[in-house]
Every structure is written in C-alpha cells, then in structure tokens.
Design a protein around this ligand. Sequence first.
Ligand code: HAX
Length: 441
Amino acid sequence: MKTDKLKEKFAKVALPFAAEMKEFVKENGSQVIGSYTIEQVYSGMKGMIGMVTETSKLDPEEGIRFRGFSIPELREKLPKAQGDTEPLPEGIFYLMLIGELPTDDDVHTVSNTWARRSHVPKHVLDMLDTLPLTTHPMTQFTCAIMALQTESVFAASYRKGLNKKDYWDAMYEDVMNLIARLPRVAAYIYRRVYKDNIHIEPDAKLDWAANFAHMLGFDDYNMKRLMRLYLTIHADHEGGNVSAHATHLVGSALSDPYLSLAAGMNGLAGPLHGLANQEMVRWIMDLRNYYDGGLPSREQIKEYVIKTIGEGKVVPGYGHAVLRKTDPRFLAQMDFAKTYMPDDENCKIVHMLYEEVPPILEGFKKIKNPWPNVDAHSGALLIHYGLVEYDFYTVLFGVSRSLGVLASLLWDRALGHPLERPGSVTTGWMKAQAAKAHANL
Ligand code: HAX
C-alpha cells in the first residue's frame, strides 16, 4: 500500500499526545475546575466546560483561534494557490489535524490525496435522483452522507474485529474519503436542483475549493478565491456548537464518520445554527421587497428590525451563544467585499445593517450579543458571483464544517475519548436541591 505521509505524521503527533493526556488526567483528575448554576443547566449548558476539543478554541471577545491562530493570522500565514491571496482550506485541515502550520508541499499533498479519494459511488447519486426536487438541499446532503456510509472502512473493520488501538487508523481512511467526496455530492445536489440536472466533471488539477466552485459551475477566478476563504473560515468553532457537538456525541458511540457527520449536518440545518446564512438572505430580500425593492434607508432598516422582533422572530445573522463581539469571520468577509465588490448593493445593505442593528439589539436587555456572526455576510458575497439559490447556502457551510468536526472526530478516537453520557435530572430534583440550599443559608 502507498505510504500516506499525513497519516504517518498524525500518528506521530496523536499517539504520544494520547499517552500524555492519560497521564495528565491520572495526575490531576480530582482537581475541581468549575461549578455551575441552575440557570446554566436550563439554558443549554452555556459556558459549562464539558468536553475537550483540540482543533480550535473560541474566545467570547476575540473570536475563534485555530490551534492558536486567529482568522487574520491564518489569512496571512496559510499556504495559498498560485496568484491568490486567500488561504487554501487544505491548510486549515492540516493545521487542525497536525497542530502546526503546513508548508506548500503539505497542502499539495492533501489536495492530491483528496482528489485521488473523491470518487462518489453511483448508488449515492442514484439515491439522490429518487428524492423530490423540492427536498431541501441540506436534507439531500445528509441523505447522501448516509448513503455513502456503505463505504465506511471503520464500520467494516470493526465488524471484522478491530483493536481499540487501531480505531484512529480506520477512522483516518473514512475521514479523508468523506471530505474528498463531499464537494462532488454537494455540487451534484446543486446542479440537480437548480441547473437542469446537468453535471460538471471534477478537474483533478484544481485544489479542493476551486474544484468545488468549478463543479458547481463557477469558473470565475474571484469565486474560486471566495470559495477558498469561505471553506477556510467556516471550518471549525470549537467543540460546543451544535454541528461539532452532535458529530462528537454520535461518534462517541463508535458510530463511523459517515453516521457522525450526518448527525452534525442535521444540527447545522437548524435556523439558529448554519441555516441562518439562508435565513439572513431571505430576511434581506423580504426587507427590500417590503420597501419596494430598492436600497432601504437607515430608518426603514430600524423599523424592519423592530418589526421582526415584535413578531417574535429573531434577526438572522445576529447574536451568538458564546461570542460577545463582532465575529472575526464576519470581518474577514466584509474585508473581502470591500476589496473585490466595493459597489455591490447587497453588501452595502449588509454593511448598513452592521451599523444599524447592534444599537437596536442592545436595547433588548435579554439579547446577550448584539453583533453580527458569520452568517450575516456570506450570502451577499455568493449572490455577487451568481450563486443566488440561498436554500443551498448551508450545504456550502456543511462542506467546510466537515473539516473541523472530522478532524476532531479523528482526534477523539486517537485519544480514546469514551462514550459521552452526561447526567440529567428532573425539575423536581432541581427544586429539592434549591430548597436544601435555601435551608442551609
Ligand atoms: N434577534 C432577536 N432576538 C434574539 C437574537 C436576535 N438575533 N439573538 C438572541 N435573541 C433573543 C433570544 O431569542 C432569546 O430570547 P428568549 O429569551 O425570548 O428566548 C434571548 O435573546 C436570549 O438569547 P441569547 O442568550 O442572547 O442567545 P442564545 O445563546 O440563546 O442564542 C443564537 C444564540 C445565535 C441562537 C441567537 O442569538 C439567535 O437566534 N440569533 C439569530 C440566528 C443566528 O444568526 N444564528 C446563527 C448563529 C451563529 C452560528 O451558529 N452559525 O452557524
């Protein structure tokens, strides 16, 4: 079998780290690291430390860091395609997996490996063809990931009898195959639903993101550039977000990467998570239509935000469960817009919203973060290059998010993380605890 340098390197990094982690837990396991309030238990475990994720860490004020590197640092330091200024997503995957910045050679190896592994079996495409065209693209995406599960090396090896020590090895094969196949699956869904079922063959000479843009039908160089940025910045957001947590949780039952990623993608398809990118564009279109379709005035924007909240709805693209400042992923996209499409009307609206929405949301005391998140900008950039079918946007997010959650899943198995099974209590139990605490005051 051909040697796989990335796999060898991962083993060199991960296996000693697993031993180090075990030793750390043995020596420090009894140390208390926090105590939680009843409110935290009832508010979706926000702020509770309940898992370990090596690939990235989110700071409420500063935003995400991937293995210690911020988004601006990564835009500068990660390897790029010839002539481009945006990073290659292969690089962020390498960084999350190995823990160090890749060289140009390292990312070329990843690109080539994914190109080599990218064949999607016919039964997956046949299955997609049976779904009604009205099926939401995210539903089609998770169905396709499930149909791909027939290819799982981990599931087949486990069935034959797999030593715990070798879980990561079979997992690596699935993770690399799955990531390699996702752009083809996603492009197939897009072309099937929106482009008369006329498909475009992959171009193995292109990098992962450029090839994805090509298969979608966009060969404009700047769209490829955008796709590289997009697929890099959406890749990971530490372990507690719904898509990452769901992938990790399902994987903890030793469900293979196909089953685990499908779970994560079903979480991403929720409007409070990844579907917010679709909802944001829909909201902007509704806003424009409400005021005759032109560029809305600042007064109209304010009125529409208040109207949205008054109707018991959320303003998509704003707020976050952890962040308390503007999302650096939003800022990276705003920078891209100002560089490559300074006169774009939808981007201008997005930038006006950035000035007008936070002061209004700040007026609602219950809203903890009035600032825009990643989903407030992405749609406007895609529309500019002609990708206007916004029901498809969360699939793009999903292709990118696979990089982070699957790199983490591989680490989970290499580190031997156990079955996840938090305790749960009833409200009656909570009330009894609260009464005991009051009695002891
Ligand atoms: N518009 C209106 N109300 C909002 C709001 C917004 N953008 N953000 C929060 N709120 C409301 C919540 O709905 C909640 O109201 P209730 O108490 O009546 O239920 C209250 O403010 C407190 O919420 P919070 O503590 O500030 O926020 P949460 O941690 O509960 O939720 C969300 C975080 C991201 C889900 C939330 O801010 C939201 O719904 N935003 C809009 C949807 C969105 O953009 N989601 C994408 C987030 C980023 C992401 O995951 N991308 O994939």
